[in-house]
Ligand binder design. Structure first.
Ligand code: NAD
Ligand code: UDP
Length: 334
């Protein structure tokens, strides 16, 4: 039987497809390539190009494939864009989840692993953040993902569709051999932006604020390597395959690094000066986000291999150096 990966051409999805195949799974991918790259999909996976919201298309994939479970990455995830265009986020993210669950229900597929996010918690009341802490998103992106968690909950109650919501903290890095990596346009994440400066593609990094209540005044975040994250999805699938109940798990390292510390680490790894200036705060940035991730370790048996941000940055730098233009499939690059 196959695992269907929705959004498998994206950054985290492509690494998960790769790990699924390395672990012997039969994999089908659905992606509309709105932000993903066909070249990122492992060639052993069957690829269907189309939109999750298109029920006719999705039904045809479920008819063709013998699907045991679904892993869902297909969403928009740029916070400032979601503030400006909330309906785009509720349509694609939340709307896509409704179509998917309808089709899963019609085809009697009962397992889903879902990309959720620390953004569902909003501004935390305590650090580290536990799964049971209040979820009060501060932007439409986080709200769209929280709504998706709730829709899955009620679909479990009504139809017995079991889910695992994996709430990622900050994801970075690339497959060690540099064959797949992060390629977003525009890029908004800290690590790839720092590496764009290191490679000369951008003049300098702007650090968004140094007046936060943190040791050096810059935001503190919890970084997890993309391959460790991918492996957590396989463990979540096994958890559902074993007949366990729906649940949510944080995925982070439980260690915080400030934006200044990340910059220093990248200077060490790359040996480049990486010019940086201090800018104003970015709207909606919580001061500190650190996950309590002992539940994933205890219940899923998750054992992240990367516990040092230098090693995480090293893999992203390897990808950047071997793929200066990313997958090179954008208009204007051909
Ligand atoms: P990405 O943009 O690289 O991947 C998303 C993929 O989904 C893309 O390939 C895109 O083409 C596809 N897609 C989007 N809408 C679709 C639709 N309607 N139909 C079919 N395909 C569609 O993003 P990513 O960084 O890999 O993130 C994946 C998931 O993880 C997202 O859902 C995001 O919310 C979540 N997440 C990411 C991070 C992070 O740091 N990158 C942190 C927390 C949560
Ligand atoms: N950041 C920054 N400059 C940039 C991009 C990001 O200072 O050009 C900061 C951002 O304000 C946050 C941290 O880096 O404090 C991580 O941001 P990212 O967008 O990578 O992830 P987020 O924490 O928003 O999910």
């Amino acid at each position: 039987m196959a695992i269907l990966v929705l959004g498998g051409a994206g950054y985290i999805g492509s690494h998960t497809v790769d790990r699924l195949i390395a672990n012997g799974y039969d994999v089908a991918v659905v992606d509309n390539l709105v932000t993903g790259h066909k070249a990122a999909i492992n060639k052993k996976a069957r690829f269907y190009e189309g939109d999750v919201r298109d029920k006719q298309f999705l039904n045809s994939v479920f008819d063709k494939e013998n699907i045991e479970g679904v892993i869902h990455f297909a969403a928009f995830s740029v916070v400032p864009e979601s503030m400006a265009k909330p309906l785009k986020y509720f349509d694609n993210n939340t709307g896509g989840m409704i179509s998917l669950l309808e089709v899963m229900h019609e085809h009697d597929v009962k397992k889903i692993v879902f990309s959720s996010t620390a953004a569902t918690y909003g501004e935390p009341k305590q650090i580290p953040i536990k799964e049971t802490d209040p979820q009060v998103p501060t932007n439409p992106y986080g709200e769209s993902k929280l709504a998706m968690e709730k829709i899955m909950h009620w679909s479990d109650v009504a139809y017995g569709i079991k889910f695992v919501a994996l709430r990622y903290f900050n994801v970075a890095g690339a497959k060690a051999d540099g064959s797949i990596g992060e390629d977003h346009h525009p890029e908004t994440h800290l690590v790839p932006i720092i590496l764009q400066v290191a490679s000369g593609e951008r003049d300098e990094l702007t650090i968004f604020g140094d007046d936060y209540d943190t040791p050096d005044g810059t935001n503190v975040r919890d970084y997890v390597h993309v391959v460790d994250l991918a492996d957590a999805h396989i463990l979540a699938l096994k958890y559902l395959q074993a007949g366990n109940d729906s649940d949510a798990f944080n995925l982070g390292s439980s260690t915080g690094f400030s934006n200044k510390q990340m910059l220093d680490a990248a200077r060490e790894v790359t040996g480049k000066p990486i010019p940086a200036t201090m800018g104003p705060r970015r709207a909606g940035d919580p001061s500190t986000l650190i996950a309590a991730s002992d539940k994933a370790r205890k219940v899923l048996g998750w054992k992240p291999q990367f516990d040092d941000v230098h090693e995480i940055i090293k893999t992203a730098w390897n990808w950047k150096q071997t793929h200066p233009k990313g997958y090179d499939d954008r208009k204007g690059n051909k």
